[in-house]
Design a protein around this ligand. Structure first.
Ligand SMILES: *Cc1c(COP(=O)(O)O)cnc(C)c1O
Length: 386
């Protein structure tokens, strides 16, 4: 296990290990691991990164992302050094996450940490992939969980296994905000605990394993990192993992530039970044989005350690991607890489195409494209889904 202290990134004061907030200000808390160099443990899945996860032990669930060098898609768009991080189901490449999204990377360490802290029953609100990932991990680990999911999103609660154990799924009449309100009401009661979203260091460091896995495969940090974002937590996580890898000393000394992609017209982070009022999300959002898992009304934007700081320090930028652009990128990616991807991941692929077309990245630069979910169609061919 890797020992660590938890500090507020703003006032730098050490906080109790399991707190979600600094008592003095709004800054994010962050884990500062004692071990400066990344040392892989001989454990399955993401647990090989145990020294940089805020847990003591591991559980028997928690698949790892895989990184490989693209041939087809990279060549087609003109990139010589495109690496793909794939989270999902693709046995041929060793990807065995059968909920098919990188939300598994958050759910497993969060559940493990909860077990270690004896914090009670976890309460999660989600419109999609997060709920599926937490249900999967809870079911596999026997940990209790209450999920609030808008009724319109219940179709995303499919599973390739069977849900077991103390799992309570509540279909909420209303939208994601209504689900969040219900989750907040329940999690403030004794015996229940909120998952904390971007404030939860286990979620962020779990997602950060995408960068750790990629850097160990590539033997260096990439020049650029592309990801589709809703809350932007994955972007923060990639930035934090990159800082740890720089501190390690063996992976290079420049932060990867963050290229974060949102799905217009419901794109709050894009609108905050461009300061263009026309890009502000309409009241009817997320209706009509190419993928509504990318809609989050209150991203952790301006707080210390949040999305804005990650973008500024990495000299990054934000893209607005239309449904048509995403769909085009999805078709191209699926044809050339020979795997199906989730719509959110297609938004990231479309942003990469925009970046190349506009000359924002060099054709020899090393690029890491985070395919945050995929293989759902392949999974349906290979397994029975209920
Ligand atoms: C949640 C999600 C994202 C965006 O994640 P952030 O929390 O905003 O980083 C991207 N792709 C998929 C498939 C997702 O489920």
């Amino acid at each position: 296990m890797g020992d660590y202290t938890v500090r507020c990134v703003s006032c730098k004061e050490v906080q109790p290990r399991y707190s979600l907030r600094c008592p003095h200000d709004d800054g994010l808390l962050r884990a500062y691991y004692e071990q400066r160099q990344l040392e892989l443990s001989d454990l399955p899945g993401i647990w090989k990164f145990l020294c940089w996860l805020p847990v003591k032990g591991h559980m028997n669930v928690g698949g790892s992302p895989v990184t490989y060098k693209s041939q087809g898609f990279g060549r087609e768009i003109g990139l010589k050094n495109l690496f793909i991080s794939f989270s999902g189901y693709w046995p041929k490449r060793g990807a065995l996450m059968d909920t098919c999204s990188f939300k598994d990377l958050e759910a497993a360490p969060t559940m493990q940490r909860l077990k270690e802290s004896n914090a009670g029953t976890l309460v999660v609100a989600s419109a999609g992939n997060t709920a599926r990932a937490f249900a999967h991990v809870a079911s596999r680990s026997g940990m209790p969980l209450v999920l609030f999911v808008p009724q319109a999103s219940l179709h995303r609660m499919w599973t390739a296994n069977e849900y077991r154990g103390p799992l309570c799924l509540v279909g909420v009449k209303g939208d994601y905000n209504d689900a969040i309100a219900m989750a907040e009401a329940l999690s403030s009661r004794p015996g229940f605990t909120p998952e904390g979203g971007a404030r939860n260091i286990a979620r962020r460091d779990g997602m950060g394993t995408v960068m750790l896995e990629a850097a160990t495969q590539m033997k260096a940090l990439p020049d650029h990192y592309f990801q589709a974002v809703g809350s932007g937590t994955g972007g923060i996580a990639a930035w934090e993992a990159s800082m740890r890898l720089m501190d390690d000393g063996r992976y290079g000394h420049a932060l990867p530039k963050l290229h974060l992609a949102q799905n217009v017209p419901c794109a709050p982070i894009y609108s905050l970044w461009t300061q263009d009022p026309r890009a502000a999300p309409a009241p009817q959002c997320p209706k009509g989005m190419y993928d509504d898992v990318l809609f989050n009304r209150k991203p952790p934007w301006s707080i210390a350690g949040g999305v804005y700081q990650a973008l500024v320090e990495s000299n990054g930028l934000v893209y607005g991607v239309t449904g048509d652009q995403a769909d085009g990128a999805r078709a191209l990616f699926q044809e050339l890489e020979e795997i199906d991807i989730l719509p959110a991941a297609a938004v990231a692929a479309a942003a990469l195409i925009q970046a190349v077309d506009s000359g924002r990245i060099g054709l020899n630069d090393t690029v890491l494209l985070n395919i945050t979910g995929g293989g759902a169609s392949l999974l349906r061919e290979n397994m029975t889904i209920t």
